[in-house]
Ligand binder design. Structure first.
Ligand code: ZN
Length: 90
C-alpha cells in the first residue's frame, strides 16, 4: 500500500453506506479477514480518491470493503472481512 495516499476514518463512509443500509454501518463491528483484528468499522482507513470508496484495516492495510456506484446499481464487496456485526436496536 502506498504510504503517501491520504485517507479518512470509516465515519466518512456514512453517507454512501446509508444509501444502501437502513442501519448505521459505521457503528458496526467487524473482523479483518487478513490479520484477524476486531474493531469498529469507523476505525478503518477510508480512501475516496478512487472510483467509489475503499476501506482498509487500520492495522494491516488489507482491503475490508469496496463500494462502487455504476448507474442505478451499487456494487458492495465485503469479502475482506470475516464478519460485519450490526446493532439492529438503533
Ligand atoms: Zn487487518
Amino acid at each position: 500500500m502506498n504510504g503517501s495516499m491520504s485517507y479518512l476514518d470509516g465515519n466518512a463512509a456514512a453517507g454512501e453506506l446509508n444509501r444502501i443500509f437502513a442501519v448505521d454501518v459505521t457503528n458496526a463491528k467487524g473482523q479483518c479477514g487478513n490479520c484477524g483484528a476486531k474493531g469498529r468499522f469507523a476505525d478503518a482507513h477510508l480512501y475516496m480518491q478512487c472510483p467509489g470508496l475503499v476501506a482498509r484495516c487500520a492495522l494491516c492495510g488489507h482491503i475490508l470493503l469496496r463500494l462502487v456506484h455504476m448507474g442505478q446499481r451499487a456494487f458492495l464487496d465485503l469479502r475482506g472481512m470475516t464478519y460485519l456485526s450490526l446493532d439492529t436496536t438503533e
